[in-house]
Design a binder for this molecule. Structure first.
Ligand code: T3D
Length: 263
């Protein structure tokens, strides 16, 4: 499979995906979107992949839609926005959210538009101190997509979510951290090692339980206490049948570190 717009490496239980169009700040064109969908499918289907790490090459994480693709500078007609969202962005967000493996995002620079929302739909988001987040859509007369209008009010509450989306201002990583939008901020040179260590930690954890935590958390965004209590019971019953549950309890009783196999 051609992978001209990203790099993909699966090693030691971690699938690392690096967006690689640095000259245009890793902005998303159709080719990159399709490649990203393909590698997400590959990581989902690989039983030896137990955590994913998403990052960008160069000084940006992702500047959102490649504007030259949708509005070609030569005046020719670009693709319809409706189909770009339907075929490029929505399938990516759906895959990441539904994937029952942890996805770490290392935001190495600016994350704008759909690039910001791509980061925010991941499970644990780290950012470099010099990274920034920007709901850039309104600056070009669009509205947030890629789940922005879903995730931001839930992550931030309405006042901050609406201000971010309506003002289109760039907020630095430290402010994103203070807002509770992301998990941690690291010095730029520490970002990748920290993200790799976190992904390695997750890859050695009980993968089935992590996947079920993700499933329950997704449901909690829509559900009631009653529906969550029922779901927790059902998912706990599943987790309770796993090898890793038996191993976790055994290791506790034997006062040793557990060796989880992810099943
Ligand atoms: O299909 C649809 O359109 C619907 C889907 C929409 C989803 C979206 O994501 S809409 C939002 C699209 N993104 C943007 O509007 C962001 C545009 N970019 C910026 O606002 C700024 O570039 C940044 C704030 C991200 C970074 O600013 P800065 O000053 O660090 O960099 P720069 O100088 O603006 O950009 C560097 C280069 O990257 C530059 O190219 P050049 O002049 O060196 O040849 C610039 O044109 C290019 N670039 C940056 N963002 C994009 C881009 N090229 C294409 N598309 C981009 N989004």
């Amino acid at each position: 499979m051609t992978r001209e717009n990203l790099r993909y490496q699966a090693k030691d239980g971690i699938a690392t995906i690096t967006l690689a169009r640095p000259d245009v700040l890793n902005s998303m064109n159709t080719a990159l979107a399709r490649e990203l969908q393909q590698v997400l499918d590959e990581a989902a289907g690989a039983s030896d992949v137990r955590a994913l790490l998403l990052t960008g090459e160069g000084r940006a994480f992702c500047a959102g839609q490649d504007l030259a693709e949708v509005v070609p500078p030569d005046g020719s007609k670009g693709p319809e926005l409706r189909s770009v969202i339907d075929q490029n962005y929505n399938p990516i967000v759906r895959r990441i959210v539904a994937l029952e493996k942890p996805v770490v995002c290392a935001v190495n620079g600016v994350a704008a538009g759909a690039g910001a929302n791509l980061a925010l739909c991941c499970d644990i988001v780290l950012a470099a101190k010099n990274a920034s987040f920007l709901q850039a859509f309104v600056n070009i007369g669009l509205i947030p997509d890629s789940g922005g209008t879903y995730f931001l009010p839930r992550l931030l509450g309405l006042p901050r979510a609406k201000a971010l989306m309506m003002l289109g201002e760039r907020i630095p990583a430290e402010q994103a951290l203070a807002f509770g939008l992301i998990w941690a901020v690291h010095e730029p040179e520490r970002l990748l090692p920290e993200a790799q260590a976190l992904a390695a930690k997750l890859a050695a954890m009980p993968t089935l339980a992590l996947g079920l935590i993700k499933r329950a958390t997704n449901a909690s965004l829509e559900g009631t206490l009653a529906s969550q209590l029922d779901l927790e019971r059902d998912l706990q019953a599943l987790a309770g049948q796993s090898y890793d549950y038996a191993e976790g309890v055994k290791a506790f009783q034997e006062k040793r570190k557990p060796r989880f196999l992810g099943r």
